[in-house]
Design a binder for this molecule. Structure first.
Ligand code: GLV
Length: 338
């Protein structure tokens, strides 16, 4: 192959001129390609996220950071990156891992991926609700343990959705998508969402109620609130004690909204019937977590948005937010400033 001086100079110039970004994980090609075309991208290659110290080190001198929910992006990371940092783009809708105040005072816009994961997450919430109500995990384990000897009139009896009441905590985009699905199952809907207009709830056939009423009257409770200082530990032992003994709790939002220890006690002692979680505290759950010994707890590994289409869309949105940010343009999907 001949030496093409022009091409080498062009490549070098692009390398120099292209904004520098650190991408904390290999993510779907749809977005990764855009980032690689527009930026001089340092892409963390491992399955595991970069350790915090490495995140700080690799962020040094970058114009943009494309991060995941597993990265703690705090003031120290922003300062380690330096004053040229123009954007933090997260490939997720929830941004509780990012210090939004620190970003605001430094004038760094934060991007996220709302909307595109709404339906996939609502699907998973419903999958968990149905699985817990009809005891699918126990059924699978029953067969694997060689206990399926005949059709049994009284084995593995679960809860009916038809005619039951679903309480939705957090009636935002995903909560409303869950409410729409509930109509097909003939569920009555209660919702708890301080500040929401009753008409907005009525539009998805939900009745806004106080937190205690939702806890006491719901057969199923599904959590769809962001993690904030107000929602951390919202489902504690006092809240669990107010639920029906037959209640089933579903969490596809953020693990720390539920107090893990209190949930363990409630499931163990029959305070509520069952729970199904896509998110846990801590996350991941250690393999020796007592929660994993409970037959009435179903856990999946934070896969609410894990469908092919959804992750491609999230990747594209995260890439577009990053690229707009490093160019000094408004982000297509900026997180509102705190
Ligand atoms: C996933 O948990 C997200 O916030 O997108």
């Amino acid at each position: 192959m001949g030496y093409n001086r022009g091409a080498v100079i062009k490549q070098k110039r692009e390398w120099i001129v292209k904004p520098k970004v650190f991408v904390t994980r290999v993510f779907p090609d749809a977005g990764l390609k855009l980032v690689q075309e527009a930026c001089n991208a340092d892409i963390w290659p491992d399955v595991m996220p970069p350790p915090y110290a490495v995140l700080k080190e690799r962020s040094r001198g970058v114009d943009g950071l494309l991060c995941m929910i597993t990265d703690r992006v705090d003031a120290a990371v922003m300062d380690a990156a330096g004053p040229q940092l123009k954007v933090i783009s997260q490939m997720a809708v929830g941004v509780d891992n990012i210090d939004l105040n620190a970003a605001r005072v430094r004038g760094i816009p934060v991007g996220h991926t709302p909307g595109v994961l709404t339906e996939a997450t609502a699907d998973l919430a419903f999958a968990l609700l149905l699985a817990a109500a009809r005891r699918l995990l126990e059924g699978v384990e029953y067969i694997r343990a060689g206990r399926w000897r005949t059709w049994e009139p009284k084995a593995l009896l679960g809860a009916d959705l038809n005619g039951a009441t679903l309480g939705i905590i957090g009636l935002g985009r995903i909560g409303k998508a869950v409410a729409r699905r509930a109509a097909g199952f003939n569920l009555s809907l209660l919702a708890y969402n301080p500040g929401l207009a009753p008409e907005e709830a009525a539009a998805v056939n939900a009745r806004l109620v106080d937190f205690d009423i939702l806890l006491r009257e719901s057969d199923f409770i599904s959590i769809h609130t962001p993690l904030t200082p107000q929602t951390r530990g919202l489902i504690n032992s006092a809240a669990l004690a107010k639920m029906k003994r037959t209640a089933i709790l579903v969490n596809t939002a953020r693990g720390p909204v539920v107090d893990s220890r209190a949930l363990y006690d409630a499931l163990k002692n029959g305070v509520i019937a069952a729970a199904a979680l896509d998110v846990t505290d801590p996350e991941p759950l250690p393999p020796d977590s007592p929660l994993l010994t409970l037959p009435n707890l179903l856990v999946v590994p934070h896969i609410g948005s894990a469908s092919v289409w959804t992750r491609d869309q999230m990747a594209l949105m995260a890439a577009r937010n990053l690229i707009a940010g490093v160019r000094g343009e408004p982000l297509p999907h900026a997180v509102p400033k705190p």
